[in-house]
Write a protein that binds this ligand. Sequence first.
Ligand code: ACM
Length: 530
Amino acid sequence: MKLLRTLLASAALLLATGMAQAAQPARVIPAVQDMTAADGTLALPRTLTIAYPQELEGEGTLLAQYLHDDFGIRAAVGKGNAAISLSLDPALSFPQEHGYTLRVSGTDVRIAAKDATGVFYGIQTLRQLVTMEADGRCTVPRVSITDYPAYRWRAFMHDDSRSFKGKDIVLGLLDEMARLKLNVFHWHLTDDQGWRIEIEKYPRLTEVGAWRDSTQLGGYRGKTFDPHRHGGFYTKQDIREVLAYAKARHILVIPEFEMPGHESAAIAAYPWLGTTGKEIKVPCTFGVQYEVMDITSPRVYRFIEDVLDEIIELFPSPIIHIGGDEVKFDQWKASPRVQAYMKEHGIDTPADLQVLFTNDISYMLNRKGRRMMGWNDITGNKIHEYNDADDATARQKLAEGTIVQFWKGDLDLIEKTARQGYDIVNSYHYMTYLDYDYKQIPLRQAYDFSPIPEGLPKELEKRILGLGCQMWGEETLSDEWMYSRIFPRIAAYAEVGWTLPQRKDYASFLRSLEGLKAIWKEKGYTVGGE
Ligand code: ACM
C-alpha cells in the first residue's frame, strides 16, 4: 500500500512537472558542492546486495531500511558484486569534516568517506537521487559527487515546552532532519508553560510543572483559550530512545534547560526557586513572564546543579544550552534580598548579576566536562525594550568558551561578540524563526539567509559555527500548524547550512523541492507556503 502510494506520488509529480523535469540535471537538497554527470542511468534491481565494513553496520542497516521504505527494494548484505558499497577511506580529504564521495557508474554505486558521518550523508544524497519511474523501476543518474558541509552547525530547534508533542513526533522530525543533513537537534525542554523532562530528585517538576489548565490561542496577543488541560513530559527512557535514534542518524541532541527566566513551570512546582517565593500556577498565557529565579539563593544553585547532573547523565552532548533569554529584571529590583546581595558583592546592575550567575553555571558545567551555550541575552547587552539601558548593560564579561546563539538585537552585536572571541550560532529571528508566517519569512527569504552577516570582517568568519532554525511552540497545539511552517522552509535552512553560497541556486532548489514536498505530503505532513 505504501509502495503504491509512492508510485502514485511520483507519477503525479512527473505529471505536475512535465518533461522539463527530465531535462534537469540531477539535484538534491541540500545541493552538493561538486557534481559531474555522465550520460545514462544505473537501474537498481528490486533485490540487491549492499556491502560495507563492520564499522558501518549502523549506516548499512539504515541504507537497507531506506531502500525498502522509500522504494520497496530488498537489500541483502554481501561482499562481492554489490550494487551499493559503503567504505571508509582515511586518505580522503575535504575542506570541511564529514565530506563524502558518491560515484554511480554503469554497474554500481560507491559511497566513501573518512568517517561514518560522511558515509551517512552520502546515503542521504543517494536516497534523493533515486527516481522511481511510473512503472516501478528505480534508476540513479550516473554521477560523480564530492560533497561536504559549508557550516558545521546546522540546527533545528523544537519547543516541546509550549506544546508538548511526544516521542513519535520527535522521531519523525529527526528523520526529516537526517534527510536534509541537519546535524543538531536543539531540544527546548523547559519554559514557563511546561517542564518536559523527568528529574528524579525533583518529581514535582513533572507532577506539577508539566501541566497547565488551558492554553491561550493565537500566541501572546490571542483573546481566546483552548479550555483543555495540556501537558506531558519525557521519561528518561523516552529520552534515551530519542538519543539513540538521533545518534544513529548522526544528529547531536542539545538539551535546553532555561535559567534564570522562562522559569514559571519550575517555580510553580517549587515556589522557593522564585524571587518572590509566592505560589504560582503554570501559566496558560504566552509572552515574557515576570517570574525569575532567585539566583542569590544557595538552594537554587543546588537545584540547578542537581538538575544539570541528571541532564548530563542522560545527554552525551558536550554542549548544554541554558537559555538565558528574556529575563525581566523587575523582581530582582523589587527584592530587598537580591538588592542586599548585589550591594554586598559590589554588583552594579541586574545585567551584571545575570552575567555573573551565568558564568558560575558555565564554570560548573566546565567542571563536569561540558560547555555552555545560551541565547545572546547572556552577553549582557541591552536588547529588550522592557529593561532600562542602565539595568541591561553589563560590565562583567561572559565566561570564555561560551557559545552564543544570536537571535535578537542590532546585527553589530554579532561582530562585537565575535571580536570578544565567542563562537556564534546565527538564529536571527527575522530570518530563522519557523513560527513566523510566510509573509514575515517567505521561503525565498529563508533561502537567502546568510549565517555570516554582511560586512563581518573576514578574520571573524570562523567564529560563526552555522545556523539554527527554530520552531517555537506557542501556537503548535495543532500538529498541522506546526508542520505547515516547518515544511518546506526547513529545506531552505538545510541548504543554507550545507551548500556553499556560490553553489546555491533558488530556481533549481525550487524544482528539487517538488520531490521533497511530495514525500512530506505522502508522509502526512502539511506543507505550507503554497
Ligand atoms: C527567544 O526567542 N526568546 C530566544
